[in-house]
Structures are given as structure tokens and as C-alpha cells.
Design a binder for this molecule. Structure first.
Ligand code: SF4
Length: 406
């Protein structure tokens, strides 16, 4: 539910840029599928979703037919090849797990028969715990889904209720156990709930670890304008945690998860060896990806695109056999470059600045020499040869590092 939004950078074309492939690019294709229906609107969520309690499951299932048609349209436009292996498919949302397994199977069969879906392709689905049981997980696995990303968010019942989540802690645990028998299972957690103590956060981490996940994503609760939590914050009904406690929680997360054998491989993501999200890694290494479905974004170098912003207009375009995609490129090439650098710096390995300068037409060392020096002096960024990466202090203050570079 989160990565597609992280991937929404804006970009512009720097005239005369030659295509330089991302590092490690094996020529694969990466597909994100946005399923924008939810049974509820969670109090912290600002994603593009439509609340449809009564018909969400039916609409999510029917959505798969539109997605198949959109794939064809991308192919007609020359940006989705039938030959190049599709390395990953990621069903995000919204609540993609509202769709029935038969509809998902049909779409994946379509991808297999009309495209080159790689053997061993990573196929992820985000799962809301109340929308699936063991039978559904097994049916999805039979259809080809091999990575289940479970939206646990917290193991504190009261916080789930306050956030408007539909599931119970018990449902999270039950679904997680079923999913981990059927494939790789990842847990999404949210830290820094309004009244959360360090002890409560430790308890969440302990509950998560007790389930034995291969991968854990940890996001800080953010009070986005327009959300219910933002309204409550403004009216004084809830308070955000102070910065010191928030930083301490992230240090504790790092300590606890790394001690448990996880690698902190990206700002918000921890994986056991071999269990990184290949799909999301492609975002952070600035690879191309095709985003299908209303509200999705795509990156076909050197353009970032938005898909239709409403379900009605998406359906209208697809119904007419027209691809809706609009470039959402920043006007200023420097901003374009820094926004992409921001994405690349999220990975623990950081980014090769020589490669970056060639691909994006901007050498940050030459354009921002003073800022780069200051960031290193303050212990937020390290440079080893041409490779720049954040230190753990830099990871904790990621937003400030980026603001500084902008
Ligand atoms: S289920 Fe996910 S996408 Fe839907 S409202 Fe809740 S957080 Fe947002």
C-alpha cells in the first residue's frame, strides 16, 4: 500500500539524454497493479482508494479484466514487450486481496499466455487480514502469487479500532500463518501511533517476530492532510509523538530486527537473507516499471507517468481502447535528478554517483559540493569512491538530507 506512492517521483526529460540501464538491469519488466477499492478508509491513509463496502470484492475482481486490456495497450504503445521476461508483478492498493482468486488466476494466466512471465517471477499481493482465509491464500498461490504482504499495522487491538481497520489481531496472525505456508510472507507495521509508548512498540515488534516473517516493512505514522488522523491532530484530540521518542523507536527497531537476523536494506524495509522485495528494489535502483490501474504511476526512462486519477475516467479510456498516461515530469532537470537521487539513496547500498551522473545528466558532487561536504561532516552521508550512501543517522533524518540536497 505504500511503495507505489514512494515511487511517485516527478521527473523531466533532460535533452539529449542517452539511455543508460540501471545497475544490474537484466532487461526484465516490472509491473505494478493498483486495485483502488477498500472496505473502509483507514484514519491515516491518503492513498488513492474508493471506499466500497458492499461491492468492493466484485469491483476488485472485475478490475482484473481492465488490467489485462491495459497491458495490451501498453504493448501497442511499445512499452510492454511480449518477449522480455516479466520479473515481478505487484498487486497493491487499495485492497487487492478483495479480488477473488479466480479473477487473479485469469489475469496471471493471461500474462503467461500473452507475455513472457519469467519462471520464478516474484508475484506479490498486499493482503488485508480480514479479506482472505487459508483457502483463498492457497488458491492465490496456485494461481501464481508467491509473496504475501500482510497489512498487520499493529498488534494492539485498540489502535486497529482507532484507525478504522476492519480486522482483528487474531485475523492477522491466522492469515499470516496461512500465507507463510504458501509462500514468502511479509508484515507491514506502523510505528509512532499517537499514544504509543516504547514498551508498546517493543511489544508490536515481539509479536511480529514471533510469527517468523521473512520480511518486515516499518512505516512511521504520518498525519497527511485530508485524513481522519490529521483532523484529530488539528482539533487536539490526538497528539503526535515527540521527535526524540520517534527517533528512539526507530533505533530500537533497527536494534531488535537486526539482532533477529534481518538486514535493514532500505529505509523502511528489513529482510532475512534472500527475502528482499525484488519489485521494490527495482524502484530504488531506478529501473523502469509499468503501473496499471487508476491511480498507478509508471517510470519509463526518462519519463514518469500518472495513470487516470479517477475510476470513471480510467474505465472510459480503457473501454475506448485508449491508454491513459500523462507525463508528470518536474520542469526543472535539477529537481528531476535530485528526486531520483532521493529514491536511490533509500537503499542501504546507496548509489553510484558516476552511473547516476551519466543516466540523469547531473553530477551531484559538482552541483551541490558544499551540501555534500556538510552532509558528510555531519555524519549523515558517506562516500566510498563514487558510491554515496546514508549512514544510520542519515537514514533516521532522511527527509532533512533530501531537503538539504534540494
Ligand atoms: S486498507 Fe490500505 S489502502 Fe485501504 S484505506 Fe486502509 S490503509 Fe488505505
Amino acid at each position: 500500500m505504500v511503495m507505489q506512492h514512494m515511487a511517485h517521483n516527478t521527473a523531466s526529460v533532460a535533452p539529449g539524454q542517452a539511455f543508460i540501464a540501471p545497475p544490474g538491469d537484466s532487461g526484465g519488466q516490472f509491473i505494478y497493479i493498483h486495485v483502488p477499492f477498500c472496505e473502509q478508509k483507514c484514519a491515516y491513509c491518503d492513498f488513492f482508494t474508493v471506499r466500497d463496502d458492499a461491492n468492493g470484492a466484485r469491483r476488485a475482481s472485475e478490475w482484473m479484466k481492465l488490467i489485462a486490456r491495459e497491458m495490451e495497450l501498453w504493448t501497442d504503445a511499445g512499452d510492454l514487450s511480449r518477449e522480455t521476461p516479466i520479473q515481478t508483478i505487484f498487486f497493491g492498493g487499495g485492497t487487492p486481496s478483495l479480488a477473488n482468486a479466480a479473477a487473479v488466476e485469469k489475469l496471471l494466466d493471461f500474462a503467461r499466455s500473452h507475455y513472457n512471465l519469467a519462471l520464478g517471477a516474484e508475484i506479490t499481493m498486499e493482503m488485508q487480514p480480514n479479506t482472505a482465509d487459508g483457502d483463498k491464500v492457497r488458491a492465490l498461490a496456485k494461481a501464481g502469487v508467491n509473496r504475501f504482504s500482510i497489512g498487520a499495522q499493529t498488534f494492539r487491538e485498540e489502535s486497529l479500532r482507532r484507525a478504522g481497520r476492519r480486522h482483528t489481531v487474531e485475523q492477522t496472525k491466522t492469515l499470516f500463518r496461512e500465507a507463510s505456508r504458501a509462500g514468502t510472507a511479509s508484515l507491514d507495521l506502523i510505528a509512532c501511533w499517537p499514544d504509543q509508548t516504547m514498551e508498546a512498540w517493543r511489544a508490536d515488534l515481539d509479536e511480529a517476530l514471533a510469527l517468523g516473517p521473512d520480511h518486515i516493512s516499518v512505516y512511521e505514522l504520518t498525519f497527511h492532510a485530508g485524513t481522519e488522523f490529521h483532523r484529530q491532530l488539528k482539533s487536539g484530540r490526538i497528539e503526535s509523538l515527540d521527535e526524540e521518542l520517534r527517533l528512539a523507536m526507530f533505533e530500537e527497531t533497527d536494534r531488535v530486527l537486526c539482532a533477529a537476523g534481518f538486514e535493514h536494506y532500505e529505509i523502511s524495509n528489513y529482510a532475512r537473507p534472500g527475502a528482499r522485495s525484488r519489485h521494490n528494489e527495482n524502484y530504488w535502483t531506478l529501473g523502469n516499471f509499468v503501473g496499471l490501474g487508476a491511480g498507478a504511476h509508471s517510470f519509463i526512462f526518462p519519463h514518469r507517468y500518472t495513470n487516470a486519477a479517477s475510476i470513471a475516467s480510467y474505465e472510459k479510456f480503457i473501454g475506448r481502447g485508449e491508454l491513459f498516461r500523462r507525463p508528470c515530469d518536474a520542469a526543472d532537470p535539477e529537481i528531476f535528478a535530485v528526486e531520483n537521487l532521493q529514491m536511490a539513496l533509500r537503499l542501504a547500498e546507496g548509489v553510484d554517483l558516476d552511473w547516476f551522473a551519466e543516466r540523469f545528466g547531473m553530477d551531484i558532487r559538482q552541483r551541490r559540493p558544499r551540501q555534500m561536504e556538510n552532509l558528510q561532516r555531519e555524519g549523515l552521508l558517506k562516500l566510498q569512491g563514487a558510491r554515496a550512501s546514508l549512514t544510520s543517522a542519515g537514514v533516521a533524518r532522511f527527509d532533512s538530507v533530501i531537503e538539504f540536497l534540494l
